[in-house]
Design a protein around this ligand. Structure first.
Ligand SMILES: O=P(O)(O)OC[C@H]1O[C@H](OP(=O)(O)OP(=O)(O)O)[C@H](O)[C@@H]1O
Ligand SMILES: O=c1cc[nH]c(=O)[nH]1
Ligand SMILES: [Mg+2]
Length: 211
């Protein structure tokens, strides 16, 4: 199977992403912008959710109105820390979604992800999964997270990020060819430390003000 890679080129996303990239953007602004963009990413990644009809009454007339099909249950999984920034926005749009967390940090020397936390809802086998992390750089973290999450048997998995490097997309697609990727932009390349260029720096540090 060949991955579907969707670049979400909506002007509002692109404008807000530019503001996030700027070195002078404060932690508060960075966090707010990521939340705002995440609402728009959530809109795109849920575009094909099935609907059913429900009989309702407006103040003027009865009608058959569309509502989300009740069996379409979602679980959002944040790759901590930086995934929390996308999770917050998505939960605002999909408040009934269940939430899982996987804690990973990238060893700065080896660029190998180290897991420090894992918790997903017990009924994940009946849910479609949306995994979120702003950055897909080497792809090692997303690959490890998805591998771990596949072992819990969700109905399906989608991966949503803000920025991706071409190297990370290639690596991820070679490993998890069945998982569609949604991103706001694909940047140019990775530097010798595994940072996305031009990128936006370390998403976790910028989100939480840890540097
Ligand atoms: O594709 P990769 O090369 O694996 O890099 C991407 C990972 O790096 C960042 O996390 P980081 O390790 O900085 O942890 P943090 O979220 O706690 O800052 C980012 O949020 C991804 O999880
Ligand atoms: O550019 C990068 C690469 C990995 N993780 C980040 O937060 N930023
Ligand atoms: Mg980080």
């Amino acid at each position: 199977m060949q991955n579907q890679v969707t670049i979400i080129e909506h002007p509002l996303i692109q404008h807000k992403l530019t503001l996030m990239r700027k070195a002078e953007t404060s932690t508060t602004k960075f966090r707010n912008l990521l939340k705002e963009i995440s609402l728009l990413l959530a809109y795109e990644v849920t575009r094909d959710l099935p609907l059913k009809s429900e009989q309702i009454k407006t103040p003027l007339a009865p009608m058959n109105a569309p509502v989300l099909a009740p069996d379409k249950k979602l679980v959002l999984v944040s790759i901590m820390r930086a995934g929390q920034g996308i999770l917050d926005g998505m939960l605002e749009l999909i408040p009934s979604a269940r939430v899982g967390h996987i804690g990973l940090y990238r060893d700065p020397k080896t660029l190998i992800p180290v897991e420090y936390y894992f918790k997903v809802p017990h009924d994940v086998e009946q849910r479609d999964m949306i995994v979120v992390d702003p950055m897909l750089a080497t792809g090692n973290s997303a690959i490890a997270a998805v591998e771990r999450l596949k072992s819990t048997n969700p109905l399906s998995i989608r991966f949503v990020c803000l920025l991706a490097a071409p190297e990370g997309i290639k690596h991820f697609c070679e490993t998890h060819s069945d998982v569609p990727i949604y991103a706001a932009a694909i940047d140019d390349y990775l530097d010798e430390h595994g940072y996305i260029i031009p990128g936006l720096g370390d998403a976790g540090d910028r989100l939480f003000g840890t540097k």
